[in-house]
Design a protein around this ligand. Structure first.
Ligand SMILES: Cc1cc2nc3c(=O)[nH]c(=O)nc-3n(C[C@H](O)[C@H](O)[C@H](O)COP(=O)(O)O)c2cc1C
Length: 185
């Protein structure tokens, strides 16, 4: 006998990005959700305002820079906290510490954000993102290379490296539409 169809959901995937990498992750999530038959809006929070009230599921994403998520995403959460608390929500963090880590929040950056804004999503995941040597000054590259050696990450500073476990992104995305949502990857 055929399995019951999952309900068609209206989903917002909203993100903040500097280099475009977080958009890449958000697009991957949106594409996978659309393939699952859901109606998905993808939004850069710095370019357009989206009202979360019209969505069944809201996914927010930001990278960590200087140990903090973007202030734009924190402000969006604070401004829409009541609506977000009444919806199915998820958060993805782009954080280098997630490289080869089994911990859902290896740097504790998400926990600090959730504490600060007074909101907690049902599903959260950290993915490692880009090791962007070329965006940093020479002394910082040396420091980053030492940290990479310690973590077993690439040490060739002449180019950038994609460290994201895309399978983890897929598991996170699939958890969003399960009812009730479970944990991230
Ligand atoms: C100036 C600067 C500071 C950064 N600080 C951190 C950091 O503290 N932790 C981290 O994991 N990644 C850090 N990164 C790496 C970015 O978060 C990473 O490249 C991310 O994939 C890009 O995100 P974006 O979509 O906002 O450009 C930093 C990158 C730059 C350029």
């Amino acid at each position: 006998m055929a399995a019951p169809c999952s309900p068609h959901l209206k989903i917002l995937v909203a993100y903040v990005t500097r280099s475009g990498y977080t958009r890449l992750v958000a697009r991957e999530i949106a594409t996978r959700l659309r393939r699952g038959g859901h109606d998905v809006d993808l939004a850069d929070l710095e370019l357009c305002i989206r009202h979360p009230a019209q969505y069944d599921v809201i996914v927010l994403g930001s990278a960590v820079r200087f140990h903090h998520h973007a202030e734009v995403v924190a402000n969006f959460i604070v401004e829409n906290r009541e609506i977000l608390s009444a919806r199915r929500t998820a958060f993805f963090s782009v954080d280098r510490r997630a490289f080869r880590s089994r911990d859902a929040d290896p740097g504790g950056h998400m926990e600090r954000l959730f504490e600060r804004v007074g909101w907690r999503p049902q599903v959260a995941v950290a993915v490692a993102g880009k090791l962007d040597y070329r965006e940093h000054t020479w002394p910082r590259r040396i420091f980053m290379r030492a940290a990479s050696r310690h973590r077993g990450a690439p040490t060739d500073t002449s180019r950038d490296h994609d460290l994201t476990d895309w399978g983890r992104v897929a598991s996170f995305t699939d958890a969003l539409t399960q009812s009730p949502p479970t944990t991230g990857a």
